[in-house]
Design a binder for this molecule. Structure first.
Ligand code: NAD
Ligand code: TDX
Length: 331
């Protein structure tokens, strides 16, 4: 099989390419990535001689069309992915997440190719802290931010292209990922690299918000299962029962890094900040037999801390610019 991986120089996409090269070595991989601030070719260095890399925009039909024509399937990770950025500057989210997905859909329609669209649990909005409910594939879409609304729009385009044009697509909606090669703008890498730099972690609001954490390798193993064995037209929710509130995440990180567990600062909250996400992954587990390998969040966090300690050369070039952006937001 020959797959095009869009966004393969980003956090999850790069880990997916590593996973495919390691676990499914007969697969031919072409990465398409625009190398925005969030993309880093160095994340693919360990597999560089086993893949083809194309620098280009998913919203550019002239770039996308021949790549799709030459492949069997597309796994679509490319997106603007950070909520805080979407609040400061929404337009790139509309362009990449909506127009980019449209452009890919037209190419897979024209050439009769398989598409797997990687999406997020944030399309469902949020849950109350004390609500026993979790998101299911039947939960109504109710996105809160420019980021999540553009991801919701992209999911709707995929569904429409499946129904109206018979495009062979699947969608997965995953919860918050953590692991190696995640940009330092995101919650866990930001706090780990802050502590390495002797800076106190920054918790938005009261730190009570809950995220349903999953290791990126478990997400990617699920994406492969859906791509190769999922039912066309179906939506799969991906999550590993990893609900933890932000305060507990920071306290655990501080403890793992040898600091007092209260050595953090509360900062101003994110506007529209979703309270809680929680995934019911029953379909994925029952239909495709997927189970997560990382069952201890604490152990997965410890391994992630070790990775950031060992790979300062990878994250250091992004750190100052990222913190300068946060400083303008007062966070
Ligand atoms: P990321 O920001 O780390 O990486 C995005 C990648 O896409 C970068 O390499 C960037 O250069 C590339 N890109 C951006 N615009 C592009 C364009 N116009 N054309 C081509 N490439 C472009 O994001 P991530 O965290 O790896 O997320 C990957 C996907 O997974 C996204 O679709 C996101 O919505 C989804 N997702 C992320 C999470 C999470 O916790 N990070 C959870 C669920 C779903
Ligand atoms: O410094 C911080 N302090 C803080 O308290 C940062 C950067 C974040 N937070 C909070 C906000 C969230 O409650 O931590 C939580 C996680 O924040 P992010 O890492 O920005 O992730 P989130 O907004 O939950 O979205 C992530 O998961 C779903 C990804 O960025 C999305 O791409 C994915 O779709």
């Amino acid at each position: 099989m020959h797959i095009v991986v869009t966004g393969g120089a980003g956090f999850i996409g790069a880990n997916f390419v590593h996973h495919v090269v390691r676990e499914h070595p007969g697969t031919q991989v072409t990465v398409l990535d625009a190398l925005t601030y969030a993309g880093d070719r160095r994340s693919l260095d360990p597999v560089a001689d086993k893949i083809t890399f194309v620098t280009g925009d998913v919203a550019d039909a002239a770039t996308v069309d021949p790549l799709v024509a030459a492949a069997d399937a597309v796994v679509h990770f490319a997106a603007e992915s950070h909520n805080d950025n979407s609040l400061a500057q929404p337009w790139p989210f509309v362009q990449t997440n909506v127009v980019g997905t449209y452009t890919l859909l037209e190419a897979v329609r024209k050439h009769g190719r398989r598409l797997h669209h990687v999406s997020t649990d944030e399309v469902y909005g949020d849950l109350e802290l004390d609500d026993p409910a979790k998101f299911t594939p039947e939960t109504a879409y109710n996105p809160s931010s420019p980021y999540s609304s553009t991801k919701a729009a992209s999911d709707m385009l995929v569904r429409a292209w499946v129904r109206s044009f018979g495009v062979a697509a699947t969608i997965s909606n995953c919860s918050n990922n953590y692991g190696p090669y995640q940009h330092v703008e995101k919650f866990i890498p930001r706090q780990v690299t802050n502590v390495i730099d002797g800076v106190r972690p920054k918790l938005y609001g009261t730190g009570a918000n809950v995220r349903d954490w999953i290791h990126v390798d478990d997400h990617n193993a699920a994406v492969w299962q859906v791509l190769t064995r999922g039912q066309v037209g179906q939506t799969y929710l991906i999550g590993a029962d990893g609900e933890v509130d932000n305060k507990t995440v920071v306290e655990t990180l501080l403890e793992l890094m040898g600091q007092p567990s209260d050595a953090y600062d509360l900062v101003s909250d994110r506007p529209g900040h979703d309270l809680r996400y929680a995934i019911d992954a029953t379909r994925l587990r029952d239909e495709l037999g997927w189970t997560p390998k990382y069952t201890s969040f604490r152990d997965g966090l410890a391994a992630t801390v070790d990775w950031y300690r060992a790979n300062e050369a990878w994250w250091r070039p992004q750190k100052n610019a990222t913190e300068a952006k946060y400083a303008t937001l007062g966070r």
